[in-house]
Design a protein around this ligand. Structure first.
Ligand SMILES: Cc1cc2nc3c(=O)[nH]c(=O)nc-3n(C[C@H](O)[C@H](O)[C@H](O)COP(=O)(O)OP(=O)(O)OC[C@H]3O[C@@H](n4cnc5c(N)ncnc54)[C@H](O)[C@@H]3O)c2cc1C
Length: 395
């Protein structure tokens, strides 16, 4: 193997790239992080409207990285129960607090943390990490690899070499394509719009997913009288919702919720995201691995995206540390294959399961409406299904 500038090049300092860097803080490996954002954006990322639902496993991974305890208590929200509502029906599929469902001590199904706070907290853990070199406001324009090294070309013309490239460069990763990894892309033709609202009645710390006809609305409980609204709608209809002023938005949501949260008030701005699901065919190439959304970008309805991102970086960083301890090449193919195999076991069923749910609950033909109703009733009565969902959230 030829001598390289650094051991690992990480492309992208989003939540996945940052947590991967922190996981390798005690590895003795040199890491260069390339990120197009500036250092000040990384230090203080702007709010982006995403409230990330995290499982108990993710909480424990973030705790190990120091990122959980770094957050103030009022930046952590509790998701105690969840309900799913279909069409105009009053019937709900209910996921109670796990101690009721499983006889376990966990008193919450999961947690909600704002995405910008996750990013801020993870960056704070890595900012002064000794084995990291930061190249911010820098874009990776080309990647390649051969048996002895991986090479990255930057937009400033510089070239860097490493034993391994780890790409955490988002679901629209351009380096994934350059390395010849194909990906299944599912453009749902829909847009998700997120914003916060205050309300006079309690949300009871319960997340509610309303699969109305025409659009879906999820209510994510933050504090008792503050929730995040997540609207999923046909991309063509999204501009009309984005254009509503505060009063129109309030009237619209009160009507959608049938007044269940009382009087309401828009807080802050609306943010929108195109809905595109992506699953890479495999998560590695020669001296190259994909983590986070670059490996799997999920539809947010089942809230798995960053939970899977955390798992991906955890599996890969452990395998790299193990190889390094044994004196092996940290970019060796069998290790990368092993990483890909292990992670795909989690991602494939969740990716396809989520897409099936999305398809079922956004199709509005008469047979699909009946299937939606049946699915909800079956979910309630099929106890193992509810236990499985609760178990997955609470670990
Ligand atoms: C509305 C919404 C709600 C969501 N809700 C949940 C939820 O409840 N639970 C959950 O687990 N997940 C959720 N997610 C998913 C979660 O936000 C993502 O999984 C997570 O942010 C992905 O992190 P990442 O680091 O992989 O990618 P990103 O956050 O996309 O970061 C990629 C980074 O790479 C940088 N970059 C890209 N290309 C280059 C390049 N060529 N050179 C240099 N830098 C580059 C970018 O600047 C960026 O900083 C949600 C997503 C959305 C849109």
């Amino acid at each position: 193997m030829s001598k390289t500038d650094t051991d690992i090049i990480v492309i992208g300092a989003g939540p996945a790239g940052l947590s991967f860097c922190k996981s390798l803080s005690d590895s003795g490996l040199s890491i260069t992080v390339v990120e197009k954002n500036s250092q000040s954006v990384l230090e203080n990322p702007p709010a982006d409207g995403r409230e990330i639902a995290l499982t108990h496993v993710s909480k424990s991974l973030l705790t190990d990285l120091g990122a959980w305890d770094y957050l103030d208590d009022d930046e952590k929200y509790f998701l105690r129960e969840a309900k799913v509502v279909n069409g105009d029906s009053p019937y709900t599929l209910h996921f109670p607090t796990p101690d009721k469902a499983l006889g376990k001590s966990a008193d919450t199904l999961g947690y909600l943390i704002s995405n910008h706070n996750i990013r801020r907290s993870l960056y704070a853990q890595c900012q002064h990490q000794e084995n990291l070199t930061w190249l911010t406001e820098t874009l990776v324009s080309e990647v390649s690899s051969d048996d002895s090294k991986a090479t990255v070309k930057l937009d400033n013309g510089k070239v860097l070499t490493a034993k391994l490239i780890v790409a955490a460069d988002s679901r629209f990763s351009s380096t994934r394509r350059q390395m010849g990894i194909s990906a299944e892309m599912n453009d749902f033709g829909r847009t998700v719009i997120v914003f916060r609202m205050k309300h006079t009645l309690s949300n009871e710390n319960t997340a509610t997913e309303c699969f109305h006809y025409g659009r879906t609305l999820a209510i994510l409980p933050l504090t008792e009288h503050l929730s995040s609204m997540v609207i999923t709608i046909d991309a063509a209809k999204a501009p009309s919702i984005l254009a509503m002023n505060a009063e129109e938005t309030k009237m619209d949501i009160i009507e959608q919720l049938d007044g269940k949260l009382g009087d309401m008030e828009l807080v802050g701005e609306k943010h929108c995201y195109p809905l595109v699901g992506v699953h890479a065919r495999k998560f590695y190439a020669k001296r190259y691995a994909l983590i986070g959304d670059a490996a799997v970008g999920m539809h947010p309805v089942t809230a798995h995206g960053f939970n899977l991102g955390l798992q991906s970086q955890s599996i890969l960083s452990q395998l790299i540390k193990e190889a390094n301890r044994k004196g092996e090449d940290i970019g060796n193919m069998p290790m990368l294959e092993k990483y890909s195999r292990r992670h795909i076991l989690h991602t494939l069923p969740l990716y396809h399961g989520t897409n099936t749910i999305v398809k079922l609950f956004t199709t509005e033909t008469p047979p699909a409406k009946i299937a939606r109703k049946l699915a909800l009733h079956a979910g309630n009565f099929f106890v193992p299904f509810k236990k499985l969902v609760s178990k997955q959230l609470t670990g």
